[in-house]
Design a protein around this ligand. Structure first.
Ligand code: G3P
Ligand code: MG
Length: 241
């Protein structure tokens, strides 16, 4: 059964990566939530996608140049549907203290580009362990050094490399970095890739799957999950299978 992961929460219908988007995902019966994390100037783990705050908030500048207090003065709902849903940038800790009480899975995407500084990986894993959530979290990243580093720190936490291009035999590559899953862009995740990979024991969760026909196709061929901005639509498609 294909699981439904809400991409940045229910980001098609609520401001991305905010608590409102995460509550909405739960309400829409998503099985999981995908979110993006990075560090603030004062080293706090915050949930936001871009390196800059400009696209999603009423502020300007790089996330790494704001303290947590400064970030939380911004409105993360400002640019979504004319500011209909005012929201704060959440910390990962705020999220986890709510998430712990739900039944969902969480895919934490590490937004780090460094191959030598592992502060983000160390802090994220520390927090997962503080909340005793090791078996409900998947760590993913486009930075595969962060994937390998996370695995070494906590081998029991599932990891998944993200990729956008045509990686050759990604299930073999996943095994070589001890990942249990792969998270490909849907354009590089054709049926055959999913079928072979799943058969080889490597789960596939393509992103970002928003069209009804694609959701249906991935569900019919048995992808482990789909990562979608519209968990309610994905649930509808799943119920009609
Ligand atoms: O984790 C899936 C997806 O979120 C990766 O791309 O840019 O939306 O974080 P992006
Ligand atoms: Mg992401």
């Amino acid at each position: 059964m294909t699981q439904i992961f809400a991409h940045r929460g229910s980001s098609g219908t609520r401001p991305e990566n905010t608590m409102i988007a995460f509550y909405e995902a739960e309400k829409n019966m998503a099985d999981g939530i995908e979110l993006d994390v990075q560090l603030s100037k004062d080293g706090k783990i915050v949930i936001i996608h871009d390196q800059k705050v400009d696209r999603t908030t009423d502020g300007k500048g790089f996330v790494k140049d704001f303290t947590l207090d400064e970030l939380q003065k911004l409105d993360a709902g400002y640019r979504f549907q004319s500011g209909k849903y005012p929201a704060k940038i959440p910390t990962l800790e705020q999220f986890l203290s709510w998430f712990k009480r739900t039944e969902m899975i969480c895919n934490i995407e590490l937004k780090t580009t460094s191959v030598t500084n592992h502060e983000l990986e160390e802090k994220v894993i520390g927090l997962i362990q503080k909340y005793d959530l090791d078996d409900r979290i998947i760590i993913s990243s486009f930075n595969h050094y962060a994937i390998v580093y996370s695995y070494r720190l906590a081998p029991h936490i599932e990891t998944a490399p993200l990729f956008m291009e045509g990686l050759y035999m990604p299930w073999v590559y996943a095994e070589s970095i001890k990942a249990k899953a792969i998270h490909p862009h849907y354009k590089v995740a054709p049926k055959e890739l999913i079928q072979i990979s799943e058969k080889e024991g490597i789960k596939v969760r393509p992103f970002t799957v928003n069209k009804e026909k694609d959701l249906k196709m991935y569900m019919e061929i048995g992808a482990s999950a789909v990562i979608s901005d519209y968990p309610a639509l994905a649930r509808k498609v799943k119920d009609q299978l």
